[in-house]
Design a binder for this molecule. Sequence first.
Ligand code: SF4
Length: 110
Amino acid sequence: MPYVVTEPCIGKKDRACCEVCPADAFYNNPDKSLNEKVGRPAPKDDDYGMLFINPNECLHCGACQPECPVEAIYEDSSVPVEWSDYIQLAEKIANSYSKEDLEKHHATGK
Ligand code: SF4
């Protein structure tokens, strides 16, 4: 039962969540098409896409949820229905990343 980052992260990517995660389970999905889909620019130079939580690493502790300034993080069973695609997206991207990709895209704090 992992936590999931959803649409409000796109164009924000605050990263306060990364600072509190005991599992270092946050990663970057730098997909520019996500910005185009929701009509929000990158928050700074080339910081496209969104963060995601690796469902294979999340400890389900909930520490990240209150840190997000745009309320993008939900327990997977509580994701608003309009954002439910982000559950599958996190699984798909996490499972498509090689060990090297995971190292390269590991998201750290601000
Ligand atoms: S629920 Fe806990 S372990 Fe999972 S991503 Fe959030 S802070 Fe990390």
